[in-house]
Unconditional design. Sequence first.
Length: 933
Amino acid sequence: MRTKRITGLTGSIALVLGLGLPATAAAEPADTLYVNNSAACSDQGTGAQALPFCQISAAAAVVLPGQTVKIARGYYGPVKISRSGTPERPITFTGDRLDRWRDTIAWINSGTGLQVSGAHDVAIENLSVNTTGTALLVENSDRIRLDTLTLDTDQVTTPTARLTGTSSDLTLSRSIVRTAQPGRALQVESGVRGSTVTGNQITGWGSPLISVSDAPNSRLTGNTLSLRCGTVIRLAGASANSAVHNNVIGVPAAEPSNCPEQDPAVLVEAAAATGTTVGHNDLLPAPNAAPYRWADHDYRTPAELTAATGQGGHDALTDLNSVRVGDELTALQPGSTAIDSADPNAPGALATDRFGRSAADHPQVANTGAGGSFRDRGAYELVGAVALPMQLANPGPAPYPLTTTVTVRAKSNWTEPLSYLIDFGDGSAPVASTTPKVDHTYTRSGKFTITAGVSGADGKPSTISSFQPVVVNEPGLPQVAFEAKHCAASYPDSCYRPLAFVIDTTGTTAPWPLDSFTVDYGDGSAPTGNLSEPHLYAAPGDYKITVTAKDKGGQTGSLTKTVAIGYQPARFTGCCPERILDTRTGVSPVKVGSGEKVTVRAGQGGWGGWRDNAIVLNVTAVLPSGDGFLTVAPGGTPRPASSNINYTKGSIVPNLVTVPVGPDGTVAIWNSGAPVDIVVDRIGAYNPDYGSYFNPVTPRRVVDTRDGTGVNAGKLKSVCYSSATPPTKLNARTLPGVPADATDVVLNVTVTEPEQPGYLSINSYTGTSNLNFAKGETVANQVIAAPDSEGMIWFCTGAGSLHVVADISGYYSPSSSGSVFTPVPPVRLTDTREDPAGSLKPEETRAVATKLPAGATGAVLNVTAARSTTGSYLTLWGDGTTRPGTSNVNFPPGRIVANHVTTPLGTNGKFDIYNRSGDTDAVVDMFGYFSKP
């Protein structure tokens, strides 16, 4: 008890907070190593602040005497420390800490979290360790100081902390040690000499909570120890000359049914009793259990123990209600016998409690400690006031001037009034107050942490910082930033459409908190404030998008910019092929009339579809009643001016088509001519999430039955589905430049000299065809063929014999060194019928520009030959390279013939087109392009 009230409280708080004093920048010592795995880091570096180590273990492997390892907040792997300092130059490991009231924020969370082995003169502080094994292991080490640690384990078979081996002068102080049920918290094992466990809060389930075995001169002082059931402290074996002082020891949650064995709170075996002292402790044993067992004898009061052994002097039995919160003993409460009753000179006693507070003299409690001192028992000192998390009103973000109100919450342990000192963090003078509620007006921008000090009559300040900063911004309007991005979420379903876009407003700033956004997508649709709903564009193009932001201050700001909306680059996945449309079949088969269209849906037939942005089809016009052409384009959009298949009366004309998927998830096929049946086989699809990459190769001939290239010479007579004439096979693994893991090969296949009308199938097991022809006709079509498990590509015909020619132009493989495909709406690149240069002349080569982005490696085209004066063929290849000896479009005189072409591009983005003979017009439409990812 004090006889005189302490004055000058404001000055005391200021000294603790460092308030009102000139700020000086303390230079980091040159011998500091840094660990920070949330920044750019390297475990092969030097641990400099600019490039810290990523793991604590990397610093531990190189640290030298006198160096300090500073560990930033974060989660780290296990650490083994085996390097040593000296008594004059110890090694120190220290973690970040928010403030002394909260746990550390540098965590070790795996393995045997923290291990010190064979080291000496090492200090470790401000670390949290939570593992499935032993959290702390110190072995064969000397002069190790462990301070302000938090140790937890989820393992029930091992203790949370172990001190073992030939070790001496180990100190565990001001730490929290917790254990899982029913493991022990702390085990001091044989070989350890002179360990000190002081100022800690240790809680657990397993008995004993602290086990000391064959470890003489152990000191257990000033701890708050809480156990669910059983013995709290056990001194066993040759643990003589030990000390148990100033502790709060209890089993506060025990029930008689849970503790049938009635173990004592403190157990000292006979071999450990010699020279061991016990005093100034507060104890609560389990119900009906003795507080002490000394050399196999139970003693039910401190007086009994003192009378028999001379120990237990100044111990007190208490119900501990005045020191517990819930089931843990975490803080002294007014009325506790632990207040002002400890021995400040007990072995291992600290000058401050677990929070770093020095002894406080309670004005209403007599000083019953040794020599009339007023130090409290246990790990926590009861001071006049304890600061609790503060409350902030109007902390921003908002522009200045900003008036913020802070209410300092505090617990008064004494009956005397509290004093407050608040630093608002903006360089203004701290505000002293006798009331907890204080207003402050900020007049400049920044993020400011408020620090409050609270003091009772003892003048012992309790400080706390705000958990959230006050955010003050410059006055002004919202500054909008946004990006239009392809929708990548799995919900809603509209996200799977190829032209589904969302607006990302990351980077938008405002003086006040943002309240709402409004987006005008620039396509004539109504503006919307629902940014979570994807917007479906009808077609690619450049759109002026306007985003308007409104903040909670009622201010608005806008940004308009032109955004290129297009399809995502995608990869290819081949299919069976699979028939998905045949107008000849069904309940009411009917030809498609002039001006009419049919649609197919991406994924129709049960294969693929989700997020496909282009599909590859083999489309066949069957037995039209007159001449005309088919146009294939994205569904839900106007019909373009392109064409894909030109037909004449009574013909069967196939063509491969690559077409973007429309905004409604469909592909449309328009008929411009006489009624015609349409057959559609799905060959594959392009998807931005998965698939194979395209690799162009210099076009070359790989099959020619006329001269035996790639297969046996002579007409192909392999009839599909006939065991008598098995398919003719091409080994794709032997093709130059094609790797063994190629998933698909791109071929231009030509049938010539068929002896009767029929069809040719490549790798078809489902009754589909790739080419249809009349007797004696020369017909070409591009084919994307997937080699079988043996690397073979199969060729077979419906009937009769014919010659087959195949030219390779590329392949698909899993290797990301290839190219991805970007669909575009059909666009006409050239039409020599409208070109001032006129038709292509015999042997003429003409370059065609694509106007694609730089880096385009190939283009997907539909090439149509028209008004030819003689039978001929067209060849396409990358500009600036040698013309290959291949063909892409073969045609007789006067016929309109189209073919799908995948061509490499020159470095200038152009391709060349060559006409073999006669005058020929060429029409080229582009459906997409390839580029490196």
